[in-house]
Design a protein around this ligand. Structure first.
Ligand code: HEC
Ligand code: HEC
Ligand code: HEC
Ligand code: HEC
Length: 215
């Protein structure tokens, strides 16, 4: 119990101080692609010094898997995920996932953009974890429709058209791309959240997994 006005004022000032410090922390860890793992503006293999151009171009974009796509697209054949308990039919990677795999499968150089053929591959960065390769059988399935029918057939999935994603709307609206699970269901390529591993939401307590899986 705070008896005096002075004591109350002191607490008030401490709280303001904490809020200011908190705001400064937020500013430092600001989300966005600048300074994120996908900011390639300072890489020697990217002489443009720009960020977006590695993946997008405002003009003369290639027929692409993502909007105004400027990066050479992978032509690899992939081994897709399969298991006896899987209800979904998982096709070859498509859509925006193919855009991700155009660097992360390790077959197309990072600097193969704007019509140039580059020479720096993701495998040369010395981090095996970021190279998914062409064998996706050990990775979460992607590029398949996730809808009410799949949720019913599986029995352990939320209905994406009604279940809350925790991001403001339904799973379908916030996490699926044209109704499909893709890499971008779990990752934000532009780092808008500022979370580790470019995740769309924190996976603390497996919260990301439990958004879709009713386990
Ligand atoms: C490493 C590759 C990469 C870089 C760099 C990149 N993007 Fe993207 N962008 C993608 C992919 C892949 C998609 C499609 C997946 C998605 O929508 O999340 C996309 C989608 C988009 C979209 C449409 C969907 C949306 O999120 O609004 C816009 C607009 C966009 N990017 C703008 C930009 C701008 C502006 C920059 C530079 C500041 C940039 N991107 C940098 C890969 C990239
Ligand atoms: C169902 C959710 C989900 C999907 C779909 C998904 N990821 Fe991930 N990914 C994660 C999580 C969670 C992590 C965090 C680290 C971990 O648990 O492996 C991660 C980690 C990563 C990493 C960092 C690995 C490391 O060792 O630093 C890369 C790169 C990555 N994912 C790329 C992709 C690409 C490319 C795709 C599509 C082909 C994809 N992810 C699809 C959830 C997903
Ligand atoms: C132009 C090539 C390129 C494209 C396209 C691309 N990435 Fe990456 N990505 C990279 C590179 C290179 C790194 C490693 C950067 C580093 O470690 O400095 C990386 C890192 C990552 C990481 C690890 C981040 C961390 O915190 O360590 C994830 C996750 C990831 N990418 C997911 C994706 C997803 C999902 C897509 C598509 C939506 C995508 N990437 C598209 C080149 C690309
Ligand atoms: C955006 C929704 C979504 C998110 C987020 C998600 N999953 Fe999935 N996951 C699915 C769907 C849909 C399937 C397909 C299920 C089926 O067809 O049986 C699936 C399949 C799987 C399977 C294979 C099931 C089988 O029968 O072989 C596993 C295991 C799995 N997810 C684990 C995870 C884990 C772990 C995470 C968190 C890192 C995660 N999922 C995040 C939607 C999601």
């Amino acid at each position: 119990m705070l008896k005096t006005r002075k004591a109350k004022l002191k607490v008030f000032l401490i709280v303001i101080g904490m809020m200011t410090a908190g705001n400064l922390t937020v500013t430092r860890a600001m989300a966005g692609i600048v300074g994120s793992p996908h900011d390639f503006s300072g890489e020697t293999w990217n002489p443009t010094g720009e960020i977006c151009v590695v993946c997008h171009t405002p003009h003369n974009a290639g027929a692409g898997n993502a909007p105004l796509w400027n990066h050479t697209t992978t032509t690899a054949g992939f081994t897709v995920y399969s298991s006896p308990s899987l209800n979904a039919g998982v096709p070859q990677p498509a859509g925006t996932s193919k855009a991700c795999l155009s660097c992360h499968d390790g077959t197309v150089a990072l600097d193969s953009f704007g019509g140039n053929t580059g020479t720096t591959f993701i495998g040369s960065l010395g981090d095996a974890g970021i190279v998914l390769g062409t064998d996706l059988s050990n990775d979460h399935p992607i590029s398949f429709p996730y809808n009410t029918a799949l949720a019913t057939a599986d029995g352990g999935l939320y209905d994406p058209s009604t279940a809350n994603s925790g991001l403001g709307g339904t799973i379908n609206n916030d996490m699926l791309l044209n109704g499909n699970v893709e890499c971008a269901s779990c990752h934000d390529v532009h780092n808008s959240t500022g979370l580790p591993e470019l995740l769309v939401k924190s996976n603390s307590g497996s919260a990301l997994c439990l958004t879709c899986h009713n386990k």
